[in-house]
Write a protein that binds this ligand. Structure first.
Ligand code: 6R9
Length: 649
């Protein structure tokens, strides 16, 4: 990568001076314009969250205690009972909003489906009865492996209705990844589809689901939604068509009252080791956090806004800001199945115009791709319905922020750059669009009720300059643990700095107290907003019979944020092509983890004590000059790698 590209990336954050105060016009109708909520939460954060839980969430039994905090274990709204599917559906129907559209769903080929809250209630209740009929009981885990179709949300909500925690696995993950997650959660039922549409073609899901069932031990039933129309293999007694089971199912299914701390779902995410972690989210705190943040961060007016989050339900963003937060707030959403460039590079802008989307939430990597496609694509469409824009998943470079502001927002939509994680459940650091003066590239300030502090290596708090991002107070949406591994939970998040949650991100505080998130400080890469562990890719590579050793690093990439770069030592006498190794990683983990480049090398740069020097490999991959290599066991290998990298660039 050239120096020029490099300074347009994260380094440019440091020089960014422009500020964007909310317009007078926006402030006229904004939910929050001043600092009242911040002041209230600073006085007493528990009372603040309790007020949100009372005002925004319906409980069948009130709680006794707001917070029970015994580090690292937090319990919120202790003793309270509620049902999340009731909060997301029934209460809106009961309030006379049954005819309101919950989803405008758009299939990639152009087919559409409109689902009202009343229809959603019927379908979710029916599917909840289907699950019960398959023997799913409260507490049983259900795996979901689906394309972006409404049935994915229906399946999640049906699980929530009967108190069966779901574990959604992104449809782009391989059968092996799915099998690992099924086994870890010991799920009884798998819900999938024959296939879905992507880039104008059907991508089959059922074959991977079949392989995963073979490779795992706990699945008793597989429910298959017909979407792609592709041929599928069938295991009699185990496999069932969704539409056939639904035919006979009753639309009456009372929502199960759940304890506030009952498990709502597991969602697996990459950590610094090779094994993904099953992040646990519970009921009362999670729905309070997602409902609150969805309302205030996006300045939501549920009566008039049309909300569109472009994430996949396989990620936390899809859980919190397609399914739970927006439906709990009773708003109308757009849900889209496919890619942004089918049939043309303006598909997103066409959808915004067609459905009059007013709040749009996407990822920086998507914005940088739109920049490449050119401003003439959005210019073909009337985007004047938009009033709030959001980003999530990775730091946004100021250049992309400004492009988004001008070309999508028409220069007058506030941008909310939202920092959060699978583990936090919901948004933690973000502007409030009517109250916060934004700076392009800064996620600005912790939300009311959230306490974030930077610390240095010795755990001293940093008020100005760079440090590690930590959270000092519990928040309602926080993870309650790692499924089956309490020790890893403590080690990963609570042991690096005493009495604090360590997020794994580096950040900087500027002179005005604005937070600038700078990316991961651990062995986790962020590729197009997806978290991928370097160790996981290394394990995938060495599982190939031709590979002796592998080192993987995330290198800066102008479009995807980071790109996976691999250095591989082959076994003596082995001969394998780089393409074969790339495909091997895709089949082990999924296409998102495919290395952009693989360098075959006779050796890897190691310290005298034998540690692979990743920092140096990153420098090589990013085309930087390597300085002092005297601590290296053999420095000639670096010259060789540099020559290879230069040849590949
Ligand atoms: C929601 C989500 C979490 C990691 C996180 C950080 C990065 C997310 C960001 C951001 C800078 C933002 N991240 N939002 N970095 N600015 N606005 O993405 O969850 O997939 O678990 O990833 O993503 O590095 O630690 P998840």
């Amino acid at each position: 990568m050239s120096d020029e590209q490099h300074t347009s990336g994260i380094e440019a954050l440091a020089d960014e001076q422009r500020t964007f105060p909310p317009s007078e016009d926006f402030k006229k109708t904004a939910l929050t314009v001043g600092t009242e909520m911040y002041d209230e939460a600073a006085q007493d954060d528990e009372a603040f969250w309790a007020r949100q839980a009372t005002e925004l969430v319906s409980w069948s039994k009130p709680w006794d205690t707001v917070l029970d905090w015994q580090l690292p274990d937090a319990k919120w709204f202790v003793g309270g009972e509620l049902n999340v599917s009731y909060n997301c559906i029934d209460r809106h129907v009961e309030a006379g909003k049954g005819d309101k559209v919950a989803f405008h769903w758009e299939g990639e080929p152009g087919d559409t489906r409109t689902i009202t809250y009343a229809e959603l209630l019927d379908e979710v209740s029916q599917f909840a009865n289907v699950l019960k009929g398959l023997g799913v009981e409260q507490g049983d885990r259900v795996n979901i492996y689906m394309p972006m179709i409404p049935e994915a949300a229906v399946a999640m909500l049906a699980c929530a209705r009967i108190g069966a925690p779901h574990s959604v696995v992104f449809g782009g993950f391989s059968s092996q990844s799915l099998a690992d997650r099924i086994d870890d959660a010991q799920a009884k039922v798998l819900i999938t589809a024959d296939g879905g549409y992507r880039r104008g073609e059907v991508f089959p899901l059922k074959p991977a689901a079949d392989e995963a069932c073979e490779a795992s031990s706990s699945i008793e039933h597989v429910v298959v939604v017909k979407r792609g129309g592709n041929d599928v293999a069938w295991v009699d007694g185990r496999d069932h068509w969704y539409h056939e089971l639904m035919e006979g199912a009753s639309t009456e299914c009372a929502p199960e009252p759940m304890d506030s701390e009952d498990l709502l779902f597991l969602l697996y995410t990459s950590g610094t080791t090779g094994t993904p972690k099953g992040i646990m989210h519970t009921t009362g705190g999670y729905i309070t956090h997602t409902t609150f943040t969805h309302k205030y961060v996006f300045d939501l007016k549920p009566e008039t806004d049309i909300f569109w989050c472009t994430a996949d339900v396989g990620w936390i963003t899809g859980h919190s800001y397609i399914v739970y937060g927006p439906l709990s707030n009773g708003c109308t959403q757009v849900m889209y199945e496919g890619v942004p460039n089918h049939p043309g590079n303006d598909r997103f802008w066409e959808i915004i115009e067609k459905y009059q989307v007013s709040i749009f939430y996407t990822a920086p990597t998507a914005i940088r791709t739109f920049m490449k496609w050119g401003a003439e694509e959005p210019a073909k469409h009337d985007l004047s319905s938009l009033r709030v824009l959001g980003t999530v998943g990775e730091p946004i470079n100021p250049e992309a922020w400004i492009w988004y502001h001008e070309n999508i927002g028409g220069g007058n939509c506030p941008i909310v750059d939202t920092w959060w994680q699978t583990e936090t459940g919901g948004i933690m650091i973000s502007p409030l669009p009517g109250a916060t003066t934004t700076k392009p590239g800064s996620a600005t300030f912790p939300l009311p009720g959230v306490t974030a502090k930077l610390v240095d290596d010795e755990a001293n708090e940093v008020d100005n300059g760079g440090g590690y991002l930590t959270l000092t107070r519990p928040w309602p949406g926080m993870l309650r643990g790692i499924w089956g591994d309490p020790e890893r939970f403590r080690d990963t998040y609570w042991s690096r700095f005493p009495d604090r949650y360590f997020a794994g991100d580096g950040a900087k505080l500027d002179d005005d107290g604005y937070l600038w998130l700078l990316g991961r400080v651990d062995d986790v890469m962020n590729v197009s907003g997806h978290r991928i562990s370097t160790t996981e890719v290394e394990s995938a590579l060495v599982s190939h019979p031709a590979v002796a050793e592998a080192a993987v690093v995330g290198a800066d990439d102008a479009t995807t944020g980071q790109a996976v770069m691999a250095y591989v030592i082959l076994r003596g006498g082995a001969d394998v092509g780089v393409e074969d190794l790339r495909s091997h990683v895709a089949s082990e983990i999924g296409a998102i983890a495919k290395p952009k480049a693989i360098f075959i090398t006779p050796d890897l740069p190691k310290t005298r004590s034998g540690k692979i020097m990743r920092r140096l490999l990153r420098d090589v991959a990013e085309g930087r000059n390597i300085g002092d290599t005297t601590t290296l066991a053999d420095s000639s290998i670096v010259d060789e790698l540099q020559a290879k990298a230069a040849a590949a660039a």
